[in-house]
Design a protein around this ligand. Structure first.
Ligand code: ADP
Length: 227
């Protein structure tokens, strides 16, 4: 599903942000990526989204070699990846329903399919009652549910979440991680970048610890702190 073969990313300052990383993630896996600020986690996400190019090494996702992918193919490739951020990034003037439907309009889904699928996804994330609300009328946890609904509505193969619980209180953070776990259990490959030690320790998934751009530890059913 995701393959990195000796991948490095060196920015202009000459320091490797990602340093010879080789990594394989199978279809259906749930992976936490942890590590101090500056250890290369966001760069890893940008590389997977082909927002940035590796300085060396080969990245393969879903059978596509990103290095040689034509520019005009990139939007189609990104459609198969759902992304969630710490700061939700919702369209503030649109209702919950419209925020999710918008993601389907963007891929030119048919109206009939949109009208069927959006309510289903809103039910999955527990927001049926809020479908006509604006983002500012929602709690942080609810806003992140909208962002997750939007990320999965086009049925991506992979869900990338960059600090999805970073702006949430512990109760909401737990609920959001549970929701991501549920999405994973239905077959979506999940990669979650997080600093949330409690959740990483509680959920017992594969944990990849980055340090200075390299993988310092890669452990099945791991915790945040080395056992
Ligand atoms: P993390 O997400 O783990 O905090 P990043 O991937 O953001 O780490 O950063 C890794 C290293 O790369 C840091 O030293 C950071 O300063 C540097 N870096 C990140 N993005 C850029 C950029 N666009 N230009 C130059 N250096 C960058």
């Amino acid at each position: 599903m995701i393959d990195l073969d000796h991948v490095s990313k060196i920015y202009e300052n000459g320091q490797p942000a990602v340093d010879k990383v080789s990594l394989h993630v199978d279809k259906g896996e749930f992976v936490f990526v942890v590590g101090d600020s500056g250890s290369g986690k966001s760069t890893l996400i940008s590389l997977l989204l082909k927002e940035t190019e590796p300085t060396e090494g080969v990245i393969t996702v879903n059978g596509f070699v990103l290095n040689t992918m034509r520019h005009r193919k990139v939007p189609k490739y990104r459609r198969k990846i759902g992304v969630v951020f710490q700061d939700f990034r919702l369209l503030e003037e649109m209702s919950v329903y419209e925020n999710v439907a918008f993601a389907m309009h963007a891929v030119e889904a048919r109206g009939r399919v949109i009208r069927r699928r959006v309510p289903n996804v809103l039910r999955e994330v527990g927001l049926t009652d809020k479908q006509n609300s604006l983002p500012r009328q929602l709690s942080g946890g609810e806003q992140q549910r909208v962002a997750i609904a939007r990320a999965i509505v086009n049925r991506p193969d992979i869900l990338l979440a960059d600090e999805p619980t970073g702006n949430l209180d512990p109760g909401n953070a737990y609920e959001i991680m549970k929701l991501i776990e549920e999405i994973n259990s239905r077959g979506t490959t999940v990669l979650v970048v997080t600093h949330n030690k409690e959740l990483v320790n509680e959920f017992r998934k594969r944990v990849i610890m980055m340090r200075k751009g390299a993988i310092a530890r890669d452990e099945e059913e791991g915790g945040y702190i080395e056992a």
